[in-house]
Design a protein around this ligand. Structure first.
Ligand code: SF4
Ligand code: SF4
Length: 346
C-alpha cells in the first residue's frame, strides 16, 4: 500500500477523470489525456457515490474481507493518476469540471458528397459555410476524379475559417509515386485526413514531412453514402470537447449540415429526409427550420441500449442506420453488447 494512502484521510478524482457506468462494467475517462481504463461497477460506486467518505470509512463499509482488493483499487487509481490523496478540508478546493458545451458556430461541421452527376457550386457553398462558422468539412468523392480536380476545389477553402478538411477519394490509378500523394496533401495545409478508397490494399502512407495529415489507403469501396455509420472502438473519440458535447447532444449530427451528391440539403447524406436543394435554398434557410435541428439533441442517454453502455460519451452515434423503426434505437452498425461486454462477430 502506498504511503500516501496511509498518510491522507481522503481521496479525490482529478477533475478531468470522469467515471462512466455501464450495465456490466464501467470506464474511467481521462478527458484531458485522451485515455480510458475499464473499472468494475463496484469501483464506480466508490468513485461516484462514496467519494466524500474517508478511506478508513470505505474500508470499514466493505469489511476486512475486501481490504486487499480495495487497496489494489486505490493503488491502481493513484498510479494511473486518476486520483490523488488529500485531507477532508481540502475536498471542496477541487470542484468538478463544467461539462456544459457551447459553440459560437451555428454549424460546426459539414459533409459534401460528390457523385458522377454532381454539379455543386463549391465557391458559393464554402462562402455559406464560412458564414455559419463551420470549422470542419468532409468531402467524399464517390467516382473517379484526379488529384488536380480535388486540389482545385480545396483551393476555394483557402480564405475560409475551416480549420480541418477531410477528403475521401477513389484510389487514383494514374498516380504512382509517394511524392505525388505528398504534394497533393501539402497543397492544402488544412487537410487533416486523406482516405483513398477502392485501393489495392490497406495501408498508411508514412509521411514525416506532413505530421498533421494522415494519408490512408483502404480496400473498401466507398462509392456511395451507405458506407458510413460503422461503430468501432477505433472511431472512439476522447477529448474534453467531444465528451462535453456528447452529454446532451448527438455525437455525429449536432450542428452538422450535409449536401448529398444530388445537392439535397440534409442532416446527413445517408438520411432520406431532404430539407431543400442547394440550387434553390441556402443553408441558412434550412437551418432556420425547426425540424432540421431535431436530431441535434438526440443523445446517448436517450438511445436504447447505448444509454446502458460505458462507451456512450466517447462513441460516435449514427441516426441514419438504426436497428429498428424506433428513432431512439441503437445504431444498426454497432455490434457491441454492453450487457455481455462483448463485440459480436459480424
Ligand atoms: S448519421 Fe451515420 S451515416 Fe450519417 S454521417 Fe453520421 S455516422 Fe455517417
Ligand atoms: S452500444 Fe451504443 S454507445 Fe455502446 S458502442 Fe454501441 S453505439 Fe456506442
Amino acid at each position: 500500500m502506498s504511503n500516501q494512502l496511509l498518510d491522507k484521510s481522503h481521496f479525490k478524482l482529478y477533475a478531468n477523470c470522469i467515471p462512466v457506468k455501464g450495465a456490466s462494467r464501467s470506464i474511467i475517462c481521462d478527458i484531458q489525456r485522451g485515455r480510458y481504463n475499464f473499472i468494475t461497477n463496484d469501483l464506480y460506486e466508490i468513485l461516484s457515490e462514496q467519494s466524500d467518505l474517508s478511506i478508513n470509512d470505505i474500508f470499514s463499509f466493505y469489511g476486512a474481507e475486501n481490504k486487499e482488493i480495495l487497496e489494489e483499487y486505490f493503488h491502481f487509481l493513484s498510479s494511473e493518476e486518476y486520483i490523488f490523496f488529500c485531507e477532508f478540508e481540502e475536498l471542496g478546493l477541487f470542484p468538478k469540471l463544467d461539462l456544459h458545451w457551447e459553440s459560437p458556430s451555428i454549424i460546426t461541421n459539414a459533409i459534401i458528397d460528390v457523385g458522377i452527376d454532381s454539379n455543386h457550386n463549391f465557391p458559393d457553398i464554402f462562402i455559406q459555410l464560412e458564414d455559419l462558422g463551420c470549422k470542419a468539412l468532409q468531402l467524399r468523392f464517390f467516382t473517379e476524379t484526379t488529384l488536380n480536380e480535388v486540389s482545385e476545389i480545396l483551393a476555394f477553402t483557402e480564405s475560409s475559417s475551416i480549420t480541418s478538411l477531410e477528403v475521401i477519394i477513389p484510389y487514383p490509378i494514374k498516380v504512382t509515386t509517394k511524392q505525388e500523394y505528398i504534394s497533393f496533401a501539402s497543397s492544402n495545409l488544412r487537410l487533416s485526413l486523406v482516405i483513398f478508397h477502392s485501393a489495392p490494399q490497406n495501408s498508411v502512407l508514412e509521411n514525416e514531412s506532413l505530421p498533421c495529415t494522415y494519408i490512408l489507403f483502404t480496400e473498401d469501396q466507398i462509392n456511395d453514402e451507405y458506407h458510413c455509420g460503422v461503430i468501432s472502438k477505433s472511431y472512439f473519440t476522447l477529448n474534453i470537447e467531444s465528451f462535453s458535447e456528447a452529454q446532451l447532444f448527438n455525437s455525429c449530427l449536432n450542428r452538422k449540415i450535409s449536401i448529398d451528391k444530388s445537392g439535397n440539403i440534409k442532416n446527413c447524406p445517408s438520411m432520406s429526409l431532404s430539407y431543400g436543394n442547394i440550387k434553390f435554398q441556402t443553408l441558412k434557410e434550412v437551418i432556420r427550420m425547426k425540424e432540421f435541428k431535431k436530431v441535434w439533441s438526440i443523445n446517448k442517454n436517450q438511445i436504447n441500449i447505448c444509454k446502458d453502455c460505458e462507451f456512450r460519451y466517447i462513441c460516435t452515434d449514427c441516426r441514419a442506420f438504426i436497428s429498428t423503426i424506433d428513432v431512439l434505437s441503437k445504431p444498426a452498425k454497432c455490434n457491441y453488447n454492453p450487457y455481455l461486454e462483448t463485440w459480436e462477430e459480424k
